[in-house]
Design a protein around this ligand. Structure first.
Ligand code: G3P
Length: 217
C-alpha cells in the first residue's frame, strides 16, 4: 500500500518523508488555502522534496479551462498529477490530459458508476471520498470495496486512491480491501503509531527499570 499525504504543509510532509513514509502528496484548493501559500510556489517545493506523484487540482468548470490549467500545473515538475473533478467536463479533461501523457487524478468520486467512467477516461488515480460519505450516513468503505471488485473484474489499471480519510480505522479497512493508495492528513498517519497498551507497557518497563538502578550508557 502506498501512502500519500493529504496536505500542502511542507514541514509536515518533510517529517514523514524523512521516515520514508511518503510515496506521494495530494493537495486541493482547500489545502492550498490552509497553507497560506501561492499554489505554484508551494507545489514546486513539494515536488522538489518528494519524488513521487504530487496531485495539484484545477479549478475551472469547463473541460477546455481544466485542460489549460492542467497543462500549466504540469509544467511545475515532471511528477505532477493533474487533479480534475468527477464531472462530465472533468472526464473530458482527464481523457485529453491522459492522451497528452499526463498523470490524472479524478477526485470527488462518490459512486462506483463514477469510478468506472474515470477508468474508461484513462485516469491514473481515482479518489473515492470515504469520510464525506460517512458524514451523510453512508458507508464510504463499501465504495472502496465496490470499486476494487469492479476494477479487478475488468483489469482496469486506474489506481484506487482512498481519500477523505479521517481515522486510523479508515486506513486499516482500506488496506484490507486492497486500495492501492491512501491519502491522509499527517496527524492521522502519525496516530497510527498510538496504542493504549504500548503506553501502558512502556510505563511499566520504565518503572521497573528505575528500580534496577542501572544505566545502559
Ligand atoms: O484530498 C481530498 C480529501 O482527502 C478531503 O478530505 O476530510 O476534507 O473530506 P476531507
Amino acid at each position: 500500500m502506498k501512502f500519500f499525504v493529504d496536505t500542502a504543509d511542507i514541514a509536515a510532509i518533510r517529517e514523514l518523508h524523512e521516515l520514508g513514509m511518503v510515496d506521494g502528496v495530494t493537495t486541493n484548493p482547500s489545502l492550498i488555502l490552509k497553507s497560506g501559500r501561492d499554489i505554484a510556489e508551494v507545489t514546486r517545493e513539494i515536488c522538489e522534496l518528494v519524488p513521487g506523484p504530487i496531485s495539484a487540482e484545477v479549478v475551472a468548470a469547463d473541460a477546455e479551462g481544466m485542460i489549460r490549467e492542467g497543462k500549466h500545473l504540469a509544467q511545475i515538475a515532471s511528477n505532477i498529477v493533474v487533479k480534475v473533478p468527477l464531472t462530465w467536463d472533468g472526464l473530458k479533461a482527464c481523457r485529453a490530459l491522459s492522451d497528452d501523457g499526463h498523470m490524472v487524478n479524478v477526485t470527488l468520486c462518490f459512486s462506483p458508476a463514477q469510478a468506472i467512467l474515470a477508468a474508461k477516461a484513462g485516469a491514473t488515480f481515482i479518489s473515492p471520498f470515504i469520510g464525506r460519505l460517512d458524514d451523510i450516513h453512508l458507508d464510504g468503505m463499501d465504495l472502496i470495496a465496490d470499486i476494487r471488485e469492479i476494477y479487478d473484474n475488468y483489469g482496469f489499471e486506474t489506481e484506487i486512491l482512498a481519500a477523505s480519510i479521517r481515522s486510523v480505522n479508515h486506513i486499516v479497512e482500506a488496506a484490507k480491501i486492497g486500495a492501492d493508495v491512501i491519502t491522509a492528513p499527517p496527524s492521522v498517519i502519525k496516530s497510527m503509531a498510538n496504542h493504549v497498551l504500548t503506553d501502558k507497557g512502556l510505563e511499566q518497563f520504565n518503572a521497573d527499570w528505575a528500580k534496577t538502578g542501572q544505566k545502559i550508557v
